[in-house]
Design a protein around this ligand. Structure first.
Ligand SMILES: C[S@@+](CC[C@H](N)C(=O)[O-])C[C@H]1O[C@@H](n2cnc3c(N)ncnc32)[C@H](O)[C@@H]1O
Length: 251
């Protein structure tokens, strides 16, 4: 159960990967690039926090790492477990879960960190990252880039997406608004279905700036080793829509 979220794709996880297709394994490929760049050898253990359908871990586990995924939604956990028997999936909250073990790599992908809406939630979540890391563990974060909302950035307030897969055909129109005081982006989405029925959903996301993330990471014992706005992990001025952060645990 999640507060501040109503999302058809969370109620029907089988549609999630179809709505966000990755035909060429884009995210796991980026993660392998980051491991090669920042770790002395490929990770033997990987924890994915807010793992959703478990797609990223399912791919990474094929390289031989022991993989564990955590998600707050029981629907996601049971869907992921049914699809990917070679990975362990557990129901838990990123602000509080403690597995009592550490991992060579800790991931929080696909904006999952942005569900920590307040500074208190963020600090708690960074403590969870630290509790599952040992000296030299690599943390990888993937969030919207708040800097892209500044003048000169690439952010658009309205997006339209046509969707036709898994027996579900709809046009999704997404409107984005901001609560500037809380630094929260609000997405209101309207799905117009084939039979003209409309379904509304919404979500609140905490926006994070690069230097702000670096401060939270530092407080939790992580040193940033790279910040990118592209999946090739090339250095840029960081005004792109995504922010990929790699950080090393000091221990
Ligand atoms: C946008 S999805 C991303 C899923 C996956 N990481 C990916 O990239 O495909 C965000 C996920 O974060 C999970 N989530 C949100 N708040 C959470 C929390 N407090 N603890 C654990 N998982 C959470 C949601 O249930 C959802 O599966």
């Amino acid at each position: 159960m999640l507060n501040n979220v109503e999302n058809i794709l969370y109620r029907r996880p089988e549609l999630y990967d179809l709505f966000y297709p990755e035909p060429n394994d884009e995210t796991p490929s980026m993660l392998r690039r980051a491991f090669a760049k920042h770790l002395p050898s490929p990770p033997k253990s990987i924890l994915d926090i807010g793992c959703g359908t478990g797609r990223d871990l399912a791919s990474l586990a094929r390289d031989g790492a022991k993989c564990v995924g955590i998600d707050a939604l029981a629907e996601m956990v049971s869907f992921a477990s049914s699809r990917h028997a070679h990975v362990s999936f557990l129901n838990g909250d990123m602000r509080s879960i403690r597995l009592g073990q550490t991992f060579d790599a800790v991931l929080c992908m696909g904006s999952a960190l942005m569900y920590a809406l307040t500074n208190t939630d963020l600090r708690a979540t960074f403590q969870t990252f630290a509790s599952h890391s040992h000296s030299g563990s690599l943390l990888f974060l993937d969030v919207n880039n708040a800097a892209a909302c500044l003048p000169g950035g690439m952010f658009r307030r309205e997006l339209r997406n046509e969707f036709n897969a898994g027996g579900f055909r709809a046009v999704a129109t997404m409107l984005f608004d901001f609560d500037y005081r809380r630094q929260v982006m609000i997405r209101r989405r309207t799905w117009k279905l084939e039979d003209e029925e409309t379904i509304e959903d919404f979500c609140e996301y905490r926006l994070l700036f690069p230097a702000e993330l670096e401060a939270f990471l530092d407080d939790a014992g992580f040193g940033v080793v790279g910040m990118y706005d592209n999946q090739q992990l090339m250095d840029t001025p960081l005004n792109g829509l995504r922010l990929y952060v790699t950080a090393m645990f000091r221990g």
